[in-house]
Design a protein around this ligand. Structure first.
Ligand SMILES: Nc1nc2c(c(=O)[nH]1)N[C@H]1C(S)=C(S)[C@@H](COP(=O)(O)O)O[C@H]1N2
Ligand SMILES: [Mo]
Length: 253
């Protein structure tokens, strides 16, 4: 008899069995029945059918000020202990630079002031964590498309990798998105939250907002963005810290 083990089957087995060995942090998802259904639905979407371009380009819902009912709940890394990060934070991030490298015509090294003088976008959106909670918050930042245009993406540049300052477990957090999301009008590199400077707990000095995907795609403490043709050669090869631990690469909502 041949037993075919699909990832869904494994997830379900882990859930029924009361949890696999490595569950921690966001991994708690598989033990929560409601969140598990959501996880499986997301998986259906990626495995069965790639979303149409029209759907990928649609805007996420934006909310009104009155719908902001609580602070953005800090999750994952909330106070990086990495020495380089601590040194920059102690200095108000005056020495922090965003590097833009990889398949670009003009590699960049941008200060916060430089990013703040670029055209800004403010949006009130809902953040959905894979763990099953949501928060509505107001984000201000520079569209990622503007930064990419400043650098000039070369032919073959298909993905944007975000390199983060924080170590979670033993590895630096990282994430990746494709060019459809990178150039989506609501995809911003945010330096402001609810009309204040982005606090450390939510990713200071700069964090990603990718409003059509789950929270884990939205890298905090971004140090560098790298344009690549494929993320397969990077780290675990799955395109992100949590993806390397089994999460879906495309976490569309
Ligand atoms: N660098 C980094 N980015 C991260 C994380 C993290 O631990 N480190 N956690 C992710 C997860 S799971 C979520 S839900 C959101 C939380 O963002 P918040 O703290 O602003 O709510 O950040 C995401 N980006
Ligand atoms: Mo999350």
């Amino acid at each position: 008899m041949t037993i075919t083990l699909t990832r869904r089957g494994l997830i379900r087995a882990a859930a029924i069995g009361g949890g696999a060995a490595l569950l921690s942090g966001c991994d708690r998802i598989v033990q929560n029945p409601m969140a598990r259904a959501f996880f499986e639905r997301a998986e259906d979407l990626t495995m069965a059918a790639q979303r149409s371009l029209l759907d990928r380009e649609a805007l996420a819902r934006e909310y009104s000020e009155s719908e902001i009912i609580q602070p953005q709940r800090p999750n994952g890394s909330i106070s990086p202990r990495d020495p380089d990060y601590r040194t920059m934070a102690a200095n108000g991030f005056a020495d922090w630079r965003l590097s833009v490298t990889g398949l670009v015509e003009r590699p960049q090294s941008l200060s916060l002031d430089e990013l703040r003088t670029m055209p800004a976008r403010t949006q009130i959106t809902r953040h959905d964590c894979v763990e099953g909670w949501s928060c509505i918050a107001k984000w201000t930042g520079v569209p990622l498309a503007a930064v990419l245009d400043e650098a000039g993406v070369k032919a073959g540049g298909s993905y944007v990798i975000f390199r983060c300052a924080d170590t979670l477990g033993r590895e630096k957090y990282y994430e990746s998105i494709d060019m459809i999301d990178a150039r989506h009008p609501q995809t911003i590199l945010a330096y402001g939250l609810n009309d204040e400077t982005l606090p450390i707990s939510n990713g200071a000095p700069l964090r990603v907002r990718v409003e059509r995907q789950l929270g884990y795609k939205m890298a905090k403490y971004v140090m560098g963005i790298e344009v690549v043709g494929s993320f397969a050669p990077i780290r675990g090869g799955k395109g992100g810290y949590w993806e390397d631990r089994g999460y879906e690469w495309y976490a569309g909502i």
